[in-house]
Design a protein around this ligand. Sequence first.
Ligand code: NAD
Length: 478
Amino acid sequence: MSKQFEVAVVGAGPAGYHAAIRAAQLGLKTVCIDRWVDASGQAVLGGTCLNVGCIPSKALLDTSHKFSQAQSEFEDLGIMTQGLALDVAQMQRHKDLIVQNLTKGVAGLLKSNGVEVVTGTATLQAGKILQVTDAADQVSTVAAEHIILAPGSSPVDIPACARDDKMIVDSTGALAFDTVPKTLGVIGAGVIGLELGSVWSRLGAKVVLLEAVPTFLPTADKQVSKEALKLFKKQGLDIRLGAKVTGSKIKKSGVEVTYEDGDGTQKLTVDRLIVAVGRQAETKDLIASDAGVVVDDRGLIEVNEVCETTCVGVYAVGDAVRGAMLAHKGMEEGVMVAERIAGGKPQVNYETVPWVIYTHPEIAWVGATEAELSAAETAFKVGVFPLAASGRAMASNETAGLIKVIADAATDRVLGVHMIGAHCSELIAEAVIAMEFGASAEDLGLTMFAHPTLSEGLHEAALAVSGHAIHIAHRKRR
Ligand code: NAD
């Protein structure tokens, strides 16, 4: 006999646990199924984000940033740091503790909201039945009126660099190094490559990033990516563009990586190699062929704009469906679907998904780039504020970067905001809110910002759209 629920959620990552909690809050009898267990076989909730993604990477990014500041910046501020040393084991214990606290927190939230948690691997069968296989190969079934698939994604492996999880690792392995490698290769200068490359470079590794595409961060604003490349190179990251990795060999001396660039075949030997070439939807064996849910040739579950699959009553959210593979996008989709099941009509606004790269300085953006608007033949105006002109940035020794506001030439509506600088992961929320409310650059300019803050940079960039930023030199008018 199947256990019967109103809502069954597959996956307890950010998309899944948000969906489950919201469904339960709305009074629906909800179960959340996840297969993730720790080394002792205990169920662990939170998915990639909490266990091996966003959260542990931010713990290492913050620790390594503090270490590198203490090493190279504190002296300028009059703070002496003789005897500074790094304890990698303690850094990792700190990271693990944060992960443990948060994953237990998710378990607590699901419980307090009355969500039943089932540990095992779920497969969707015809008739909205989930077959769940646990670690002991025991099979049970769950039936639900509504099923939300939130299986997440996993790192892409490339045959040229088969993982051995010691010398050649993916992002999960790169979060768990117990020593700082002397030399580190990273394949892919995308989001993960830059974040993990930054961590180990700040801690002392000599890092080489090999990126197949000749353009650096091609989806970011051109001015921002140019500034980022300059700053990252200055920090010591050796970023080689147009370098396509074609092979690797594990030798006594390290991993020998072969890549092709404009000059032909090149070789590079590193102590460790991180493969960060993208992620793929985790949909293998998730859906029986007669379940009525279509999966495309990239493994993405086909959904419409409100995350309904081709089978009525079955939804899919997060990394396993079209759009950005970002935790916050999945969270909003999960909540939207739960509310639609309960009779509401919310929608996710995909025009205002914020992007953040947690390097230092941080890179963040929302909305369209100049290149996208030019391609769409939309006339626009631009205002740029360099953080070097911000009093607060100077006071905190964080003057690198800029904030750019792009507004529609005819209506002045904000179409995109792009930034690189300290704390941009936080600052971008102001731009998201402005765009969500359909603000014009003038609206932002008429808004009062606290002084002295980095946020004033957004204010000034908005004023600069119509040429009257206060702290940017303009030509004298008579
Ligand atoms: P990515 O797509 O951002 O970057 C992968 C890079 O690898 C690409 O630039 C690609 O050209 C390059 N590449 C592929 N094959 C190569 C080869 N053989 N040789 C050299 N270069 C090669 O993917 P990612 O960094 O792995 O991240 C995966 C997903 O996770 C992304 O969708 C990302 O948005 C998400 N993510 C987001 C965050 C964040 O928001 N801060 C953090 C981590 C991951």
